[in-house]
Design a protein around this ligand. Structure first.
Ligand code: PLP
Length: 84
């Protein structure tokens, strides 16, 4: 699990190099540090106002309680994503 700062670094790198991001967010329920919380790539993407990076978030029916939508980075499409 990446924290918000590390996710921002990944997104900045992707934007700089014209890359899409495939985020495996299967283990978002597995939080072991007290006070820690899952932050999704979609949340950070939106918070940073990034609209030119394609983001695909993956989950699993067998391991997650709910599945994040696969998203493109356009503001309109991130609206489909869960706010976490
Ligand atoms: C990190 C991670 N992502 C995705 C998967 C794929 O999950 P599934 O086989 O339930 O689709 C696994 C399976 O172990 C996994 O460990």
């Amino acid at each position: 699990m990446l924290d918000e700062k590390n996710i921002a670094m990944v997104l900045d790198f992707a934007r700089e190099h014209g890359l899409a991001v495939l985020a495996d967010e299967v283990y978002q329920e597995n939080i072991y540090l007290p006070g820690d919380r899952f932050v999704s790539f979609a949340h950070v993407l939106e918070a940073m106002g990034i609209s030119d990076v394609s983001l695909f978030s993956f989950n699993s029916c067998s391991k997650g309680f709910w599945v994040s939508a696969a998203c493109a980075a356009a503001t309109s499409s991130t609206a489909m994503c869960p706010r976490m």
